[in-house]
Design a protein around this ligand. Structure first.
Ligand code: X5A
Ligand code: ZN
Length: 702
C-alpha cells in the first residue's frame, strides 16, 4: 500500500482561447510544472500510478443539476465566440471545447483516488487535476472551476462507501464557497477553509466567507471559515491555524476520510494569494493531517499559479504522503496579530459547537493547580513579561538547505527479546557503540554500570549516532526502568556534543531533570504528568497528563506542539519514566505528531517491560496513523485550568502557544513578529530553510 498519484495528460488540453487577464493564470503549464518537479525529485517513481477516468453523468449529478451538466456538455461543439459569451455569464470562468472532457476527468480523478484509498489499494494520494473544483456550485461554474471535484468525491464516499464523517480541508487561498454551499446543512461533511479575505475586499467578496458563518440547520458547526484579513501570512500563521483551530475540531469530529482541496495559491510567490508561507509548510500540514482518519488523506489539486511555487509545494505534499520526514521551516515561529485575531474569532464562533474549543471560556487567570516553586520564583505575569523574545535563531541562510532523507525511517534497539516479536525484523538494530565509549559514559552514572544496562546503553548510543549522522530518522530504545533517567542524560550530552544545537526532551511521568543541566536555551525540558504543573523556567516546564481524550489533545495541540515548533529542535528525546500513565494510542499519537517539528528526528526511550508501548511508539515514528483515542471526552476543569494557566505564562516566550491576539491596551509587548506583514517576496525567490544539523563532517568524527 502506497501513495496514489492520479493523473491524465488530457487534462492539459483546456486553455484560454481569448484575452482575459483574470483567467489566463489557470494554464496547462501548471500541471506540466507539478508533474515535472515530481519526476525530477524522484517522487513520481515512488507513487502508485492510477489513471484518471471521466466521472459519469450520475456521479456528476451527485452534486450538480442535470441542466448544468447538459449545458457544460454542449460547450464541446461551440465556437470560440460562443464559448466566450457563455463564459462571460459566470464569474472568472473560461470554457474550451475540451472543458467538458477535462472537467469530467478532474472529477473522475478525485473519485479514483477516493476509491483507491477506501478499498485499500492505496494508503493516501494526490490527484493532479484541472480545471479545479472548489468554487463550482450546483448549477454554476465559478473561479476557474467547472465541476466540484472534491464535493463529488465526498458525496461518493458517503453513498458508495457508506462513510458518515468526512473532513474537507481547503488550504487553497480562495474560499471554496462551492463546497460550503453544497454541504452547508450536512453534518457528515466538515468543511474547513482558510482564505484571503481582507474584511470582504478580496474575491469572491462574500459575507458568508467570514468566521461567523458556521453552517445551517443540522450542519451548524460543520462549516469552519478562517478568513485572513491581511496578506503576508507565514508558516507560523498556517501552523497556528492547524494547531489551534482545525486539529482540535478534527480530532473531536473523528473523520473516516480526509479530503484536501489542495490549492497552492496560498504559497509564497503566488500572485493571487500574496502570502509568505513556504512550500515546506505543506509537508508539515500534510503530515499533521495524517494522524486523522487512519491516515486516509486524499489531496486534490485546486489553485496555485506561480509555477515554481506550485511545483515545489506539490512535491512537499507528496513527500509527506510518502512518509518522508518534514524539512525544516524557515521564518519566525510566531503568528502575527492579524492571524491571531482571525484565530480568536473563529474559535469564538465555533466554540458553541465544539467542546475542544470551549476551554477559552475558562478564565485566563492562574488556575488553582498551577504551582510556582518558591525557590525559583517566576516573575512572568501577563502585561509584565520579563522575557523578551530572544534573538531569532539562524534563519534564511543564503543557500537553500539541501535536505536528504535518511535511508532508514525507524529502528528499534530493544533489550528484552520478547518485546521485539511484534516488530518486523528489518527495523531491529543489532549493533552497539564501541565498548570504550559505552563504558566511558557509564562511569558517570551508577545506574548504567550493570551488565544489562551497559548492553542497552551500547545499543542506544549506536542508534543515537545513526540518528545524528542522518542514517536513521527515528528510533525506539529500551533499558531497565532504573536506567531510563541516566540514559536520557547521556543522550542529551551526546546529542549536544555531536552537532545538535537544540534538544527537546519530552518526559512523561516522574523523572527528574538532571540538576546540572544548563538552562541556556539549548535544552527544552517538557515534563508531562510529573508531580506538578509549573514553569520553572521558559526551558523547564511541567504539566499534568490529562486523563480525558480532550485534555490530552489540548495538552499536545495547545502546548507541546506549539512549544516544539517554537523551539525548532534538531533532536527530540521522548522518555517514559515511572508512573508515566501513557496509554498505547496516546503514545502513538505523541510520537507521530512530534515527528513534524523535529524533521523526523525523534528517539523514544522506555523501560523494557512495556512492549506494547514500544510498539505503539515505533508505529507512530514510522508515520503510521495512530489508532483512535476513543470517544471524545471533555477535559476536566482542573486540567483545563492548569493548561490555561501555563499557556497564559508561556505565550510570552513561546508565541506559537497563543490562541488570541494580545490586548494592546494592557501594555503587552508588541514583539516584532506581531507587526507583520511586509510585502511579499519577489516570485521565485524563496526564503531558504536553515539546515537542521551542521554539515555531516562535524557529526561524523567518531
Ligand atoms: C481555484 C482557484 C481562483 C479564482 C480567482 C478569480 N480559483 N479571480 O484558485
Ligand atoms: Zn485558489
Amino acid at each position: 500500500m502506497g501513495t496514489a498519484l492520479v493523473y491524465h495528460e488530457d487534462m492539459m488540453a483546456t486553455r484560454l482561447l481569448w484575452d482575459d487577464p483574470e483567467c489566463k493564470i489557470e494554464s496547462p503549464e501548471r500541471l506540466a510544472a507539478a508533474l515535472g518537479c515530481l519526476r525530477q525529485c524522484g517522487l513520481e517513481q515512488r507513487c502508485l500510478h492510477v489513471a484518471a477516468r471521466e466521472a459519469s453523468e450520475a456521479e456528476l449529478s451527485l452534486v450538480h443539476s442535470p441542466e448544468y451538466v447538459d449545458l457544460v456538455r454542449r460547450t464541446q461543439t461551440l465556437g470560440t465566440e460562443e464559448l466566450q459569451a457563455l463564459s462571460g455569464q459566470y464569474d472568472a470562468v473560461y470554457f474550451h471545447p475540451s472543458t467538458f472532457h477535462c472537467a469530467r476527468l478532474a472529477a473522475g480523478a478525485a473519485l479514483q483516488l477516493v476509491d483507491a484509498v477506501l478499498t485499500g489499494t492505496a494508503h493516501n494520494g494526490l490527484a493532479l487535476v484541472r480545471p479545479p473544483g472548489h468554487h463550482s456550485q450546483r448549477a454554476a461554474a465559478n473561479g476557474f472551476c467547472v465541476f466540484n471535484n472534491v464535493a463529488i468525491a465526498a458525496e461518493h464516499a458517503k453513498r458508495k462507501h457508506g462513510l458518515c464523517r468526512i473532513l474537507v480541508v481547503d488550504w487553497d487561498i480562495h474560499h471554496g464557497q462551492g463546497i460550503q454551499y453544497i454541504f452547508e446543512d450536512d453534518p457528515s461533511v466538515l468543511y474547513f477553509s482558510w482564505h484571503r479575505y481582507e474584511h470582504g475586499r478580496f474575491w469572491p467578496f462574500l459575507p458568508e466567507s467570514d468566521a461567523d458563518t458556521v453552517g445551517q440547520g443540522q450542519g451548524r458547526g460543520f462549516t469552519i471559515n478562517l478568513p485572513w484579513n491581511q496578506v503576508g501570512m507565514t508558516n507560523a500563521d498556517y501552523l497556528a491555524a492547524f494547531l489551534h483551530v482545525l486539529l482540535p475540531v478534527a480530532f473531536e469530529f473523528d473523520p473516516e476520510l480526509v479530503l484536501v482541496s489542495a490549492g497552492f495559491d496560498s504559497v509564497v510567490g503566488d500572485p493571487e494569494g500574496q502570502m509568505q508561507a513556504t512550500p515546506e509548510c505543506f509537508a508539515h500540514l500534510t503530515q499533521l493531517l495524517q494522524v486523522l482518519a487512519g491516515g486516509r488523506v486524499c489531496a486534490v489539486l485546486e489553485g496555485g499559479y506561480h509555477l515554481e511555487s506550485l511545483a515545489q509545494s506539490v512535491c512537499m505534499t507528496v513527500r509527506a504522503l510518502l512518509g518522508d520526514p518534514t524539512p525544516a521551516l524557515s521564518g519566525p515561529m510566531a503568528p502575527c496579530q492579524s492571524a491571531l485575531e482571525s484565530i480568536q474569532n473563529v474559535r469564538g464562533a465555533q466554540a458553541p459547537h465544539w467542546k475542544s474549543l470551549q476551554q477559552q471560556d475558562v478564565s485566563p487567570g492562574l488556575g488553582p493547580s498551577i504551582h510556582f516553586p518558591e525557590e525559583r520564583p517566576l516573575l512572568l505575569l501577563p502585561g509584565n513579561p520579563v522575557y523578551k523574545a530572544e534573538p531569532l535563531p539562524r534563519l534564511l541562510l543564503d543557500q537553500k538547505h539541501h535536505y536528504s532523507v535518511p535511508p532508514v525511517r525507524m529502528a528499534v534497539a530493544l533489550t528484552a527479546p520478547h518485546s521485539t516479536s511484534a516488530l518486523p525484523p528489518d527495523v531491529l538494530c543489532q549493533q552497539s557503540a564501541p565498548k570504550w565509549e559505552t563504558e566511558a559514559w557509564a562511569k558517570s552514572h551508577e545506574s548504567l554500570a550493570q551488565d544489562e544496562t551497559l548492553t542497552a546503553l551500547g545499543k542506544f548510543l549506536y542508534l543515537l549516532s545513526r540518528v545524528l549522522d542522518g542514517q536513521v530518522s527515528s528510533g525506539v530504545a529500551s533499558t531497565l526502568a532504573s536506567a531510563v533517567a541516566a540514559t536520557l542524560d547521556v543522550a542529551i550530552w551526546q546529542g549536544l556534543s555531536r552537532g545538535a544545537e537544540r534538544v527537546l526532551c519530552v518526559v512523561l511521568g516522574q523523572l527528574d531533570r538532571p540538576l546540572d543541566l544548563a538552562d541556556d536555551g539549548r535544552i527544552l525540558w517538557l515534563n508531562i504528568g510529573g508531580k506538578e504543573a509549573a514553569i520553572f523556567s521558559m526551558y523547564h516546564v511541567s504539566m499534568p497528563l490529562p486523563r480525558t481524550t480532550g485534555g490530552f489533545l489540548s495538552c499536545i495541540l495547545g502546548v507541546v506542539l506549539p512549544m516544539a515548533y517554537g523551539f525548532r529542535p534538531d533532536l527530540v528525546l521522548v522518555a517514559l519514566g515511572p508512573d508515566h500513565g501513557l496509554q498505547a494510542p496516546q503514545a502513538a499519537l505523541l510520537a507521530a505528531m512530534l515527528r513534524a517539528p523535529a524533521g523526523g528526528r525523534v528517539l523514544a526511550l522506555l523501560e523494557e517491560s512495556a512492549p506494547q508501548l514500544a510498539q505503539a511508539l515505533a508505529q507512530g515514528l514510522c508515520g503510521e496513523a495512530p489508532p483512535s483515542l476513543g470517544p471524545f471526552s471533555t477535559a476536566s476543569r482542573v486540567d483545563l485550568q492548569a493548561l490555561m494557566g501555563l499557556r497564559a505564562q508561556l505565550q510570552w516566550r513561546w508565541e506559537m502557544v497563543r490562541v488570541a491576539a494580545p490586548e494592546p491596551t494592557r501594555g503587552a509587548p508588541c514583539s516584532r513578529s506581531l507587526e507583520r506583514p511586509e510585502t511579499s517576496a519577489p516570485p521565485g525567490n524563496f526564503p531558504a530553510a536553515a539546515p537542521a544539523l551542521p554539515p555531516s563532517a562535524s557529526v561524523n568524527d567518531r
